[in-house]
Design a protein around this ligand. Structure first.
Ligand code: NZQ
Ligand code: ZN
Length: 384
C-alpha cells in the first residue's frame, strides 16, 4: 500500500426529514446564498423544505445553474454573491449545482486573479466562502469531496479541479428527494458511481485488501440495487442504498493508498464538451474501451474483478476478462444507458475529435500516464 493522508471533515445528515436540520447546521450564519438549478426543486417540494429550514435567515437566491455548469453562469452568481455580501453558499440540487457552488465560493473571494485559473489550475486558492449542500441526485459524490467540474461551452472546455477549501461543511442526503428523479438521471447516477469506483480500483495491485473489498462492496451494491431503481422507483430503501453507495464511491475512502486511473473520466469529459452527452453516458461508452485496451496492464485486477464482483470462476484469465467486460456492458444496458458511440450516431470522427482535444492539452491519462491522443483515439474506436 502507498503512503497516504486521510481526512474528510464533511458532516453528513442522512435520511428522511433531514432538511429540517438546516438551521442547526448553519448555526450563526445569517446571510445565505441559495443556489439551485433549472427548477426541479420547485416541483418536488425540496424548495419549500429548504425555505422552512432557513427560517429566520437572510436569503439571496440564484437559480438557473445548468447541468454541466457553465463558467459564465457561475460568474454571474459570483457578482451577486459579492454584491449581496452573503457569507455562506448553500447548494440545493445535483452535482452540477454543487460543483458550481464550489467554484462560486472560491471565485467570490479571489482577488486580482483570473477566476478561470481556478479551473485550469493556474490559480491556487487559499480560501473560499464556507458552503453546504442539500443533495438531490446520487451520482457525483460531490457532497463529500473537494472536486468540481466546470464547463466553458464557447471554448469547448470541460475541466475538473479540486481544493480542500471547497469541501462542503455539511451535506444533507434525504433519499426521499430522489423519488422525483427522471429515470434517465437515476440510471446515470448509478453508472457514474460505478465508474468512480472502477477508476480507483481497476489499476494494478498494491496489496490493499481493505480498499479493494470496500470498492467491491460498493460495486456489488450498485449491481444489486441499481436496476431496482428502474423497476421499483418508489422504494425508499433502494433509494437510500444507492445514495450512500454513490457518496462512498467518491469520498476518498476507497482511493487512499491505491493507484488511480481516471482515463475514462478524462476521455468522457471531452465527449460531453464536444457533443453534450450526459456525463455518465460518456463513461458507459468509454470504460469498456479502456478495459479492453488496457487488458494486459490491468490483467490482475481485471481477473479479481471478474471473480469477486461477477463470480466468474470458469476459464482462463482471458476468458474471465472477456466475460467481465461483457457483464459490465450488460449491466450498463440493464440500466438503460447506451454503451457505444454508434448509439449517439457518432463514430471515428468523434474518436479523432476527442483525441485532438487531449493533444491540445498535452495530457497523458491513466495510472501509467501512457494514454495520449493516439491511445484515446484507439480506445474510442473500440466503442464505435
Ligand atoms: O437543474 P435541475 O432543474 O435541478 O434538474 C436537474 C438536472 O436537469 C435534475 N435533477 C437533480 N435532482 C433532481 C432532478 N430532477 C428531479 N428530481 C431531483 N431530485 O437532474 C439533471 C441533472 O443534474 P446534474 O446536477 O447535472 O447531475 P449530476 O449530479 O449527475 O452532476 C453532473 C455533473 O457533475 C460532474 C459532471 O461532469 C457533470 O458536470 N461531476 C462531478 C464530480 C465531482 N464533483 O466529484 C465527479 C463526477 O465524475 C462528475 O464529473
Ligand atoms: Zn463521474
Amino acid at each position: 500500500m502507498k503512503n497516504f493522508r486521510f481526512k474528510n471533515p464533511v458532516e453528513i445528515r442522512f435520511g428522511k426529514g433531514t432538511i429540517a436540520d438546516l438551521g442547526e447546521l448553519l448555526g450563526d450564519e445569517t446571510k445565505i446564498f441559495l443556489l439551485y438549478g433549472g427548477g426541479s426543486i420547485k416541483k418536488n417540494g425540496v424548495y419549500e423544505q429548504v425555505k422552512h429550514g432557513l427560517t429566520g435567515k437572510n436569503i439571496v437566491e440564484f437559480g438557473g445553474i445548468e447541468a454541466n455548469p457553465q463558467y459564465e453562469t457561475c460568474m454571474k452568481a459570483v457578482k451577486e454573491v459579492q454584491a449581496s455580501s452573503a457569507t455562506f453558499v448553500l447548494s440545493v440540487g445535483g452535482g452540477s449545482v454543487l460543483d458550481a457552488a464550489k467554484f462560486i465560493a472560491a471565485a467570490a473571494v479571489l482577488e486580482n486573479k483570473d477566476p478561470w485559473g481556478i479551473v485550469t489550475g493556474d490559480v491556487s486558492i487559499s480560501t473560499a466562502l464556507p458552503l453546504g449542500a442539500v443533495m438531490t441526485l446520487p451520482a457525483t459524490g460531490s457532497e463529500m469531496n473537494s472536486n468540481s467540474v466546470i464547463s466553458r461551452k464557447e471554448w469547448g472546455e470541460k475541466r475538473g479541479w479540486s481544493s480542500d477549501h471547497v469541501l462542503p461543511r455539511f451535506s444533507i442526503l434525504d433519499p426521499e428527494t430522489t423519488f422525483s428523479l427522471p429515470e434517465r438521471q437515476a440510471a446515470n447516477g448509478v453508472v457514474d458511481s460505478f465508474v468512480h469506483v472502477m477508476e480507483q480500483y481497476l489499476t494494478y495491485p498494491v496489496n490493499s485488501p481493505i480498499q479493494d473489498r470496500f470498492a467491491e462492496a460498493i460495486l456489488l451494491t450498485l449491481i444489486e440495487e441499481g436496476p431496482k431503481v428502474l423497476t421499483d422507483p418508489g422504494n425508499y430503501d433502494v433509494r437510500a442504498n444507492i445514495f450512500w453507495a454513490s457518496t462512498m464511491a467518491l469520498n476518498r475512502l476507497i482511493g487512499v493508498g491505491v493507484v488511480q486511473d481516471w482515463a475514462t473520466h478524462g476521455i468522457g469529459h471531452e465527449l460531453t464538451a464536444l457533443y453534450g452527452i450526459d456525463h455518465a453516458r460518456t463513461l458507459a461508452v468509454t470504460l469498456p474501451g479502456v478495459m479492453q485496451f488496457k487488458r494486459q496492464q490491468k490483467r490482475e485486477k481485471l481477473i479479481q474483478y471478474a471473480e469477486r464482483v461477477w463470480n466468474i470462476t470458469q476459464g482462463d484469465g482471458d476468458v474471465k476478462i472477456d466475460e467481465a467486460i461483457a457483464k459490465t456492458v450488460l449491466f450498463f444496458g440493464k440500466m438503460g444507458v447506451p454503451t457505444t458511440l454508434g448509439d449517439y450516431q457518432l463514430g471515428g470522427e468523434a474518436a479523432q475529435a476527442a483525441a485532438e482535444n487531449i493533444r491540445k492539452k498535452g495530457w497523458k491519462l491513466g495510472e501509467h500516464r501512457d494514454i495520449g491522443p493516439e491511445e484515446v483515439e484507439q480506445i474510442l474506436l473500440l466503442r464505435a
